[in-house]
Write a new protein. Structure first.
Length: 535
């Protein structure tokens, strides 16, 4: 197994040469070292997950430097066609060569040799990773100019891949399929198989959900924002001449501003912001006291990303907000018989989004009816096993091709239900995928009534914000911070979402009549039939 220095003291710091624009050093945690060792041993890529602004590029560079491997960097936005990650055929170069050959008096054998396709095929970055020896051979045959590769005696590389958040699902699934198979079919029919110990580092800013097919093939590593002690140690490695007082002051400034930003549901300062602060101070010739004062001025410029972003003093007492309601269970039929004559729609599930305790009877009745009609209905009661991730289920529901939404007063006041509705909206084509059933207590037809829900969420946000101001920011759990961010989204979008439902020809019901069930089932079946036929 590839060895890294043991954690302890400064032995886990890897210096980065300053001919690049990267940080001067990367500090590995125990978890990161284990992830690298596991990925190399299992021949799987690492999927590095972190918030924006973490030096993931430096992570990959430091791995390559420590292992004495070559380093290759790829942004998938520069490779819109997945095939070019594997290889590319330079048709323009071959056409130019054809013109030259035509002007020369060459023998047929010489013409065939000079126009041979192998001379116009360039290996892509993933070819270098899977089979570097074959890639080197093909690069030698290529008559054009191949990108200069870093030195690597044993032809071993670390490939850093960014931009995954902006690639479509099909592109990402092809990456997953490549790593699952461990080979691809080359341009001349040859099979290029994985060999050697090269490493692929995939990164995401968490701006979208990665396809499960890709996640399954990776060693997944989530990098948490570092502790103050790690921030200080890292800064000493990058800026060894800065006084300790300045480094500690900058770390404390970043942490407090991060928590304040979370409280306001604003983008928090990142680790890069921390190093930028220190870099700006390090370039001055000020005394230690003057550098500390300079930090105070810099943070007002660096972190004032909104007119509301004013630094505040944190009171000592605390008043906690009301706890978030957790949905109760919904009883559903254990089994429903489906007649053989009924067409089954197994490819595209139909999710049911509802507020527990209000629509339970409706949900039981609708679920049983849909299943009896051959529709693959899904509700959290059945899909979520003990201790399974609610977040993953809500993300899956949000991307669902069809979602029946029971809109009630409780639904529009429930954080769980609103989170589901937001996820549906984020996945786009809201009106195509949502099939609303509106209960009488949900008045969504007038702006006044819809804005009452916005006012409700704004009040919830004020209570949470007030409570968070009264405690030390370092004691606030990430889950509480994320709750505040979601509540701010609910307040800002509940009117829009409710108006989009109101704009649809919805079913307003007090009970699920046979006619309502029939109409809903037929509408859903029509939608699913189109999806199945298209696939």
């Amino acid at each position: 197994m590839v060895q890294f220095p043991k954690i302890g003291g400064s032995s886990h710091i890897v210096a980065i040469p300053q001919e690049s624009d990267a940080l001067a050093a990367y500090v590995f945690t125990d978890k990161e070292i284990l992830a690298v060792q596991t990925a190399i041993a299992s021949k799987r890529p690492i999927l590095v997950r972190s918030e924006p602004g973490h030096p993931r590029r430096e992570f990959a560079m430091a791995v390559a430097l420590h292992l004495k491997w070559g380093y290759i960097e790829v942004d998938v936005e520069d490779y819109p066609d997945f095939q070019t990650l594997l290889w590319s055929f330079d048709a323009e170069l071959r056409q130019a060569e054809s013109g030259i050959v035509g002007a020369l008096a060459l023998q047929p054998e010489e013409i065939r040799e000079r126009l041979d396709k192998t001379r116009f095929i360039a290996p892509g970055p993933l070819w270098w990773i899977l089979d570097p020896q074959a890639a080197r051979h093909q690069a030698d045959l290529f008559s054009g100019t191949t990108p200069e590769l870093p030195d690597s005696t044993d032809l071993q590389f670390v490939l850093y891949v960014s931009g995954l958040d902006y690639a479509d699902d099909r592109y990402l699934r092809r990456i997953a399929r490549l790593f699952k198979r461990g080979y691809f079919d080359g341009p001349l029919g040859q099979r290029v198989r994985r060999s050697g110990d090269s490493l692929v580092v995939l990164t995401t800013d968490e701006e979208r959900e990665m396809p499960r097919a890709l996640v399954r093939e990776c060693v997944v590593m989530y990098i948490e924002f570092p502790t103050i002690s790690l921030m200080v140690e890292w800064a000493k490695a990058v800026f060894p001449k800065l006084p300790n007082q300045v480094i500690h002051k900058a770390a404390d400034t970043i942490v407090r501003n991060r928590n304040f930003a979370f409280n306001r549901a604003m983008p928090p300062p990142s680790l890069y912001d921390y190093f930028d602060l220190l870099r700006a101070v390090a370039q001055t010739s000020l005394s230690t006291d003057e550098q500390i004062q300079h930090l105070d001025h810099l943070q007002q410029i660096r972190f004032r990303r909104s007119a509301d972003f004013d630094l505040v003093e944190f009171p000592e007492s605390v008043e906690f907000p009301e706890p978030v309601e957790v949905p109760e269970s919904v009883e559903v039929p254990e089994s429903v018989e489906v007649p053989e004559s009924v067409r089954r729609f197994d490819k595209s599930p139909v999710f049911i989004s509802y507020a527990s305790g209000v629509e339970d009877e409706f949900v039981r009745e609708l679920y049983g009816f849909l299943v009896s009609q051959g529709i693959n209905a899904k509700i959290d009661k059945i899909e979520l096993a003990y201790r399974e991730s609610v977040r993953n289920y809500i993300n899956e529901l949000g991307r669902g091709s069809a979602v029946v939404v029971f809109v009630s007063d409780k639904y529009l006041r429930s954080p769980w239900c609103m989170w589901e509705l937001l996820k549906i909206h984020e996945a786009r084509k809201f009106s195509e995928r949502v099939f609303p059933i509106v209960l009488p207590d949900a008045d969504i037809t007038s702006g006044t009534s819809r804005l009452a829900y916005a006012e409700y969420w704004e009040d919830r946000l004020k209570k949470l914000d007030s409570a968070m101001r009264k405690v030390d920011p370092l004691s606030i759990a990430p889950a509480t911070v994320k709750e505040g961010i979601r509540i701010r989204e609910f307040a800002g979008k509940v009117d829009l979402l409710a108006s989009m439902v109101a704009d649809m020809s919805f079913q307003a019901v007090q009970e699920l009549s046979a006619e309502t069930l029939r109409l809903l089932s037929e509408t859903l079946a029509s939608r699913l039939r189109k999806l199945d036929d298209a696939s």
